[in-house]
Design a protein around this ligand. Structure first.
Ligand SMILES: [Ca+2]
Length: 286
């Protein structure tokens, strides 16, 4: 009987393991058409929607880069990538896409959001609760602890606080020097419902923009109230670039000086450039 039971367990165990693995958000599975794509959260909520904003061109993007954070600083793009053993932080030429500098993470870290403050870069890690700090040359200079999951990070240039996402509907505002939380907002749609899975962040002309994980949606958020002001949908870019549940839209970088936004995704072969951001997205606001 015991041998029989053992055989039954042996037969069932791989199925159970398979089910667990398939439930993992990083598991490769269905083609994109089968789950493509989450509805705009909370629709219909009567908020303005910008569908497929016009791109002005693109850069080549390393298709092995599991992009988790994108940032523009002082004439260059900076990218944080994820996956244990493959994570890195890189400096990219925004004209050619070429890698100018790169630092690999220790294999225990899974890189996430990336932001810049006062001569240092700050890179979140997914579940380690550790923020890795670098100098201007991407040389590691220290670590900060935050003790939760880390997803997205960007700097509010006015308050000099970091906006921080952890996959929930909450955005925390942190002191960049010690990661102490100063305030929190819950992000809600036009019907007052919380928006979960806020991921990569970017500060754009006074608004907080956030990729909503596994969707083609970027939420434009009022950083004071957490209310979504409108949606930007990259439906055609996602359709062109996303082939599995992994290679989702996830990369926003804004340069206020040139009024340019760069957009990419995990494992995408291009980083897209959108020009005249204020005219495109802000001129219709009353
Ligand atoms: Ca960003």
């Amino acid at each position: 009987m015991r041998d029989s039971l053992r055989r039954r367990i042996s037969a069932v165990l791989p199925i159970l393991v398979g089910l667990v693995l398939c439930g993992c958000p990083n598991a490769e599975s269905k083609p994109v058409e089968d789950f493509h794509i989450l509805q705009v959260p909370g629709q219909p909520d009567n908020l303005p929607e910008f569908l497929n904003p016009e791109t002005a061109g693109f850069l080549p993007h390393d298709e092995s880069s599991f992009t988790q954070g994108l940032l523009f600083h002082d004439g260059f793009l900076y990218e944080s990538t994820g996956r244990k053993g493959e994570s890195k932080v890189r400096k990219l030429d925004p004209k050619s896409g070429a890698t100018v500098a790169q630092t690999d993470l220790e294999p225990e870290f899974f890189g996430e959001g990336l932001a810049y403050f006062e001569n240092s870069f700050y890179q979140l890690t997914w579940v380690a609760g550790v923020c890795l700090v670098y100098d201007e040359n991407l040389k590691p200079t220290g670590q900060l602890m935050y003790g939760t999951q880390g997803w997205g990070l960007t700097l509010d240039p006015e308050s000099k606080m970091f906006a921080f996402s952890d996959g929930s509907a909450e955005i925390r505002f942190l002191d960049p020097k010690n990661f102490v939380t100063k305030r929190r907002v819950t992000v809600t749609d036009g019907n007052g419902r919380p928006i979960q899975n806020l991921n990569e962040l970017e500060w754009v002309n006074g608004e907080l923009w956030a990729n909503v994980w596994v969707s083609d949606v970027v939420a434009r958020i009022d950083p004071n109230t957490g209310k979504v002001l409108g949606w930007v949908r990259f439906k055609s870019l996602v359709k062109e670039n996303q082939h599995t549940q992994e290679d989702v839209l996830n990369g926003l970088a804004y340069d206020p000086e040139s009024d340019t936004l760069w957009v990419t995704g995990k494992l995408w072969k291009r980083i897209y450039r959108i020009e005249k951001v204020k005219e495109k997205f802000f001129s219709q606001r009353s």
